[in-house]
Design a protein around this ligand. Structure first.
Ligand code: ATP
Length: 703
């Protein structure tokens, strides 16, 4: 077959020149590009059609991502990449690489550039590339970063980027029709492994994968390691695999207090070395790009060397990391509370990082109504409010594109997604065809614990500095990092005292997020938040009191199930649909801003209910806390009583100092029996608005 040198244009832009075999049908010559045939125009060039032209064009975006940021980092195809990075980005399509490299050396950037290269140069279809990321929010950022490297950014929408759990859900729900993801996460992963091993359909599905990338692989431990090994095993031999990790940053769990025991059988890279060493080539990235500051570079490189040193004791490693951080400190901050009360104004690009969730919540409390964002484990999925605004009174199981567009206009939806983008995201997720989506499937999909990231907000809050746990900031960077380190004495008091090495790594991860400045302060020393089993709620009992008559504790409010569907539209909380309508309208009005809230108790135990409302007003609550809060409060009251012996074991009358960070959509699956407890039309639609309520205030127990 003759071949020809073809110029590929995207709009006016020449994007590449390639050699291609020519196919002839009749007197028309075609060439194949990315698995599609194009007519050779003028015998020498093909024209890809930019997004705004022709709805059936092969280049029509298959999803409307929220606007993709223009490239700020290095371009995937330019020579900005160093030799080691280029070696990974442009490795053979079928290569299986294990890349271990320190913080800020460009692992994530390289992973994104590799995906872009695989699409643009190796011509893989975007949907044949799977990228596994550690957290939901990282997924969000990876997609826009890849988009910024691609010739046609819209192709980023087709790449399968998800957390391991979301990939598992996709496999399960595709091949096991009575899937419920209700078991423990270990059970669910086991079921997926069984499917991969035994189900021909899954095998066929995985045979379409041409490349698998895993970022932050040092944190893949426990059952997820087995799942990833099975997945790699099930891929066709010619599928490439790129695994990126930094052993020195291994902090394992999703949560800041997940037991280190989860890593007993080793991390994914360790297991790849153990079982698949012959299939993988090990590579390194050497240069630190995150920061040019010499003191920070020293923390990055000396810290990593210390943590990887096999002869040093864990205690010495922890002390060594603390010392390095103190030496790199660009200026000591005031004591914790004073620093937070007097924060400078221009902290938009700063992280305020804490070791524990309770401390981060407390810090958010200090900031009051001042704009800030929050990121950590345990918060509910923040599904965009527009989903609920569109569907709260939609009771059919499907909706067509034209009706969807009409409703969008009628309901005056205002959000950071256009109607076109909204529709194409839904078509991709739950489309029955290009012009019809299943609203029923949408409710099902959003009700499970890992809703698709394209429909979620990355943080609680919209602007200002980001407050969070070090775990929540993993893989990210900011110009300034304010690191509130636990006092050395805290290590005997519940902070992983039996895993000193993990603590050293956590501090290392926190410090190595900084691009320009690292400022260090101490976290509050009085606070000893503990975990409450089984919910994981943080609380800080206060054993001392001036008057000796107070039984009190700070208690975390705002965990995943603290507000559930009955508390938003349930018949046992609201007397009529009209009351729910009024409450939902108030929540809609809180969208996009931080507002003060308080939860007041009505009724008496065991039927006591906490209604959330405006602290100043005396009107009806707009939402109710779930019974889980009552149960945990009762347990905490008893625990506090063990300390103060005041026999004040009744739960508080009021939970003050709450804040709402706006509104999110809460979905209830169509077959969930909870629906029967709700007023119409929420019972039938399954979509309602929930306030993003959070707090870590002091509560007073009664007798
Ligand atoms: N070749 C390069 N030239 C310029 N900047 C680069 C280059 N490679 C990476 N960077 C930039 O360096 C920063 C750190 O990169 P990245 O976040 O990918 O590192 P990482 O190895 O994943 O870090 P960590 O392990 O700490 O999460 C980013 O801002 C990225 O854009």
């Amino acid at each position: 077959m003759p071949s020809v040198c073809v110029k590929v244009f995207y709009g006016e832009k020449l994007i590449k020149t390639i050699d291609r075999p020519v196919h002839n049908s009749g007197h028309i010559s075609h060439v194949k590009y990315k698995s599609k045939l194009y007519i050779l125009q003028d015998g020498t060039f093909i024209q890809l059609i930019p997004q705004e032209q022709g709805s059936n064009s092969p280049q029509k975006p298959i999803s409307g991502l929220p606007a993709i940021a223009p490239s700020t980092g290095p371009d995937a195809t330019t020579t900005d990449w160093d030799r080691e990075q280029t070696g990974v980005i442009r490795a053979e399509v079928t290569a299986r690489l294990l890349v271990d490299a320190g913080p800020g050396t460009g692992k994530t950037a390289v992973a994104c550039a590799r995906v872009a290269w695989l699409i643009d140069h190796a011509e893989l279809e975007p949907n044949s590339i799977w990228l596994v990321s550690f957290t939901q929010t990282a997924v969000h950022e990876l997609r826009s970063r890849i988009g910024s490297y691609l010739t046609n950014p819209n192709e980023a929408a087709g790449i399968r980027i998800a957390t391991i759990d979301a990939h598992s859900w996709a496999i399960q729900s595709g091949f096991n029709h009575d899937v419920t993801m209700s078991g423990s996460y270990e059970d669910n992963i086991k079921k997926v492994i069984e499917l991969i091993e035994n189900h021909d359909g899954v095998f066929g599905y995985l045979s379409q994968v041409k490349h698998l990338l895993v970022d932050e692989a040092q944190d893949v431990v426990g059952a997820r390691v087995q799942l990833m090994l099975e997945l790699i095993n099930a891929l066709p031999r010619e599928a490439g695999v790129t695994v990126l990790s930094d052993e020195a940053q291994g902090i394992y769990g999703f949560a800041e207090d997940q037991p280190a025991a989860a890593a007993a059988n080793g991390t994914l890279p360790e297991n790849i070395r153990r079982f698949m060493a012959n299939d993988f080539t090990e590579m390194e990235l050497l240069k630190i790009y995150r920061t040019g500051d010499p003191t920070l570079q020293k923390v990055f490189s000396s810290g990593r060397a210390l943590l990887r040193n096999k002869t040093e004791t864990e205690e010495k490693k922890l002390q060594g990391i603390r010392d390095l951080i103190q030496q790199a400190n660009h200026g000591l901050l005031d004591a914790y509370g004073d620093d937070l009360k007097n924060l400078p104004d221009d902290l938009g690009n700063s992280f305020l990082l804490f070791r524990r969730r309770g401390e981060a919540l407390q810090a958010s409390g200090y900031l009051g109504m001042r704009p800030h964002r929050l990121r950590m484990s345990g918060l509910p999925p923040m599904i965009h409010a527009w989903i609920c605004l569109m569907f709260w009174n939609w009771i059919d199981s499907e909706i067509t594109e034209s009706v969807f567009r009409e409703r969008w206009l009628q309901k005056k939806i205002q959000c950071n997604v256009t109607v076109d983008e909204g529709w194409s995201i839904l078509v991709r997720l739950v489309g029955e065809s290009q012009t019809r989506i299943s609203v029923r499937k949408l409710a099902q999909r959003l009700a499970n614990g890992s809703p698709p990231i394209d429909l979620c907000m990355p943080d609680f809050g919209f602007e200002g500095p980001l407050i969070g746990t070090i775990h929540g900031a993993k893989g990210r960077e900011a110009d300034q990092v304010r690191l509130y380190m636990p006092a050395p004495s805290a290590f005997g008091q519940g902070i992983n005292a039996n895993n000193i090495l993990a603590e050293a790594r956590i501090l290392f991860v926190g410090a190595s997020r900084a691009r320009k400045q690292l400022l260090v302060s101490k976290a509050a020393t009085l606070a000893h938040p503990r975990r409450l089993m089984p919910s994981g709620r943080a609380y800080t009992p206060f054993p001392f009191s001036d008057k000796k008559s107070l039984a009190r504790s700070m208690v975390e409010i705002g965990r995943i199930n603290d507000i559930d569907a009955p508390g938003l539209s349930g018949k046992s909380f609201f007397s009529s649909s009209q009351d729910v309508t009024a409450a939902q309208a108030r929540i809609a009005g809180m969208s996009g801003k931080i507002t003060a809230a308080t939860a007041k108790a009505t009724g008496s135990e065991p039927n006591l209910m906490y209604g959330i409302g405006d602290p100043e007003a005396h009107d009806n609550p707009y939402a109710f806390l779930s019974r889980r809060v009552n149960h945990d409060m009762t347990d905490i009251a008893f625990k506090v009583n063990e300390i103060v012996h005041l026999n004040r074991c009744k739960i508080p009358n009021e939970i003050r100092y709450l804040k709402s960070f706006g509104a999110r959509t809460l979905a209830v699956a169509p077959d969930d029996p909870i629906r029967e407890m709700l007023h119409a039309p929420w019972r039938d639609s399954g979509f309602m608005l929930a306030p993003l309520v959070l707090g870590y205030g002091m509560v007073y127990f009664r007798y």
